[in-house]
Design a protein around this ligand. Structure first.
Ligand code: CDP
Ligand code: MG
Length: 673
């Protein structure tokens, strides 16, 4: 599960604006010279100076792709960033997206043999190393926004350092914030007195800094802390709108739920505005936002209208929005947090770092002097940590370790990490992979299960369930379920916020056993009826585009399985009799899910909340779950998330306790001691 990264597709068909003279333009020659001369270039510059959009174009024109090589630019797990930037660069280059300029994100490849500049998520570049370990297709690899320290980009740095030893002609460009530039350079370069491929430290890399052109930003703090930052944020938007001259507003909130609340509240108050005054247009921005809605965020506001963009930290650095003069910073961010003792990984809302707060404020000073309203006290700011701890130190490392092992990294502990992960995270991940059957007691990848799990673009838990499906006679069903799970709850939509109605419609598909089989019903109804009938989707509150995407994901997963030697088309197992096949289809599916998700087990208490298997954490079924109102005993769940101090689980399905011990004896023996 990547941070905030669920279902984000499609492109922003922006109106083409010729690139104004960007700050990076003056450094073009110096930059090309440095990249030509040194294996590693660290590039530092304010957001909006042109790093992401211009550097690949400079390299393309300077001949770095003349031999058919490709320039890769990784965006953090942010799918929206990869797609919008690729669309922009395609426009500047004057090509159709997917031709000279393309992008590739999980389950969506818009690139071709003609592609020379390719934007992709860092996780996907990692995956490419499975088939092309030295990344030979690429002449230059740019790790964009490396200072954000996402798990995959940290791992990529370590792998690229190795690749550079074997490919002295490869060029690595790392874009970074000023603070970390030297650390990145030191990481790649040989130490004093040593050489890599005949090059000393001085000959191996350089830092290039782009002069900023920031306008001053006036920072305002609260005198007293607030308890409800959404409410306060909305008041601040209205105050700005009523009292400040022109300039759009950018409001940072931690996640989608808060964003939707804020948008609704602003929409309510707009009705109080005096007729004839300037209008206010509230617009959401988050990773899973449908493409047609992304459009408005980046377009200029209509005449006599002020935009108020309400965004996650995606607008902090990865995407640039013009004309922002007022920034409101709630002071919180949603971060991946992993507790190695409970094994629970979730998105937790936590205070931002000073570095983040500074970056957020800076978004107000791009076009002219701006203002930043911090919805916290100066004392609170002083207590923020300097920077956000890197993801590798607060994540479930099982998926990453599985991939590193599949890449043939012999010793996970001694891998050259940019920052070492804490040993309890590594131990926990190894335990989990062992319980899932992906590694042997000697910590070697098992064949074929472990290697197959590594090769599927799914979490190890879901991969395990899918790979087991054939023995449970439910491969078709699991493919459908897996496809819908990757959409993370975007299948249903509430038109005009009509949640009650949505609930009613949803009950048509709902089954007592829980959400996974409900999703299966949704999928099956869509392929039999909805696919040809967009109106059917609308009246069933289904997101037509998301459902089409699910079909595409399902087919891609089926192809992956075929490549691994698992025949999907000849799966007649459901017709077999006896043994497991005497069980109902529902039970087979739920047992199969348990073989993957046993670590996500919980038991319902009399008050309707759930308790984790070790009894340490209380969980609530998410209101969108069909088990929100129903009784259950043991369940497994797909996702876990924290919102407003409560821990919710999504996609919950009833199981039997015996199954846990049956399918994960090691895991539950340890647990129940
Ligand atoms: O990577 P960096 O933050 O240095 O800048 P960039 O993303 O390359 O953006 C350079 C310029 O292109 C900025 O003025 C952006 O506003 C503009 N841009 C845009 O208008 N639309 C996009 N989708 C991306 C960038
Ligand atoms: Mg950029």
């Amino acid at each position: 599960m990547a941070e905030e990264e669920e279902y984000g597709t499609a492109l922003i068909a922006e109106l083409y604006k010729p690139p104004a003279l960007l700050p990076i333009a003056q450094l073009k020659d110096a930059l090309l010279y440095t990249i030509e001369t040194y294996p590693v270039t660290i590039i530092v510059g304010e957001t909006g100076s042109g790093k992401t959009t211009q550097i690949p174009q400079y390299l393309h024109k300077a001949g770095w792709t003349a031999d058919g090589s490709v320039i890769a630019v990784t965006q953090q797990p942010r799918r929206v960033a990869a797609t919008t930037v690729a669309a922009r660069v395609a426009e500047e280059v004057g090509c159709q997206l997917g031709q000279d300029v393309g992008y590739s994100i999980r389950f969506e490849d818009v690139s071709s043999a003609a592609t020379r500049i390719k934007f992709l998520t860092d996780g996907l570049l990692l995956r490419e190393m499975l088939v092309d370990p030295l990344l030979k297709r690429y002449s230059v690899i740019m790790i964009d926004e490396a200072h954000e320290r996402s798990l995959s980009s940290d791992i990529l740095l370590g792998l690229l350092k190795k690749v550079l030893r074997k490919r002295p002609e490869l060029r690595v460009v790392v874009s970074s914030a000023t603070l970390d530039a030297k650390d990145f350079l030191d990481f790649f370069c040989p130490v004093d007195g040593e050489k890599i491929n005949g090059k000393s430290k001085e000959e191996y890399g350089r830092i290039i800094s782009i002069e900023g052109r920031m306008h001053p930003v006036d920072i305002n703090y609260l005198i007293e802390p607030v308890s409800d930052y959404v409410e306060r944020a909305v008041e601040t938007v209205m105050d700005i709108h009523n009292n400040e001259p022109d300039g759009d507003v950018l409001l940072f909130l931690p996640g989608r739920e808060d964003i939707d609340d804020a948008i609704d509240m602003i929409a309510d108050r707009i009705t109080d505005l005096a007729p004839g005054t300037q209008r206010l247009q509230p617009l959401p921005l988050y990773a899973g936002l449908p493409s047609d809605q992304q459009l408005y965020v980046f377009q200029a506001a209509p005449e006599n209208t002020r935009k108020a963009i309400v965004s996650t930290n995606i607008a902090e650095a990865s995407v640039t929005i013009e004309n922002i003069v007022h920034v409101i910073d709630c002071g919180y961010v949603k971060l991946r947090a992993y507790d190695p003792t409970t094994g629970i990984e979730r998105l937790a809302t936590v205070p931002v770092s000073k570095a983040s707060a500074t970056q957020r404020a800076g978004r107000a000073g791009r076009t002219k002097p701006g203002k930043c309203y911090r919805l916290y006290t100066e004392a609170a700011y002083n207590a923020f940590s300097d920077s956000t701890p890197p993801e590798i130190q607060r994540s479930n490392l099982a998926p990453t370790i599985l991939q590193l092992m599949n890449l043939g990294i012999p010793n996970i502990v001694r891998f050259d990490y940019f920052s070492n992960p804490p040993s309890e995270l590594v131990v926990r991940a190894m335990d989990m992979l062992f319980s899932l059957g992906a590694i042997s007691p000697e910590a070697k990848l098992t064949k074929p299960l472990g290697t197959r799990m590594a090769e599927l673009p799914l979490s190890p838990m879901l991969a395990k369930a899918l790979l087991n499906a054939q023995t449970f006679g439910c491969l078709y069903e699991m493919l459908h379920i897996a496809a819908l799970l990757t959409l993370s709850g975007t299948a249903f939509i509430a038109h005009d916020g009509n949640l009650k109605q949505l609930d009613k419609v949803k009950r048509k598909f709902a089954v007592e056993e829980g959400d996974h089989i409900t999703l299966l019903n949704v999928y099956e109804a869509f392929i039999t009826t909805g696919r040809k009938d967009a109106q059917w989707c609308r009246s069933n509150f289904l997101n037509y585009k998301a459902m089409q995407k699910a079909v595409s994901v399902r087919n891609q997963l089926a192809r992956h399985l075929e490549k691994l030697g698992i025949s999907v088309s000849s799966d007649l197992s459901a017709q077999r009799a006896g043994g497991i096949f005497s069980l109902s289809p529902s039970e087979r599916i739920r047992r199969c899910l348990t073989t993957g998700f046993f670590a996500h087990a919980a038991r319902m208490k009399p008050d309707g909340t759930f308790q984790t298997a070790n009894g340490e954490t209380t969980l609530w079924a998410h209101p969108t779950s069909v088990l929100f109102h129903r009784k259950a005993d043991w369940v497994i769940y797909d996702e876990i998330m924290e919102s407003k101090g409560k821990v919710f689980v999504r996609e919950v399905t009833k199981i039997e306790m015996d199954w846990l011990v049956e399918y994960a004896p090691e895991y539950y023996r340890v647990k129940q001691r």
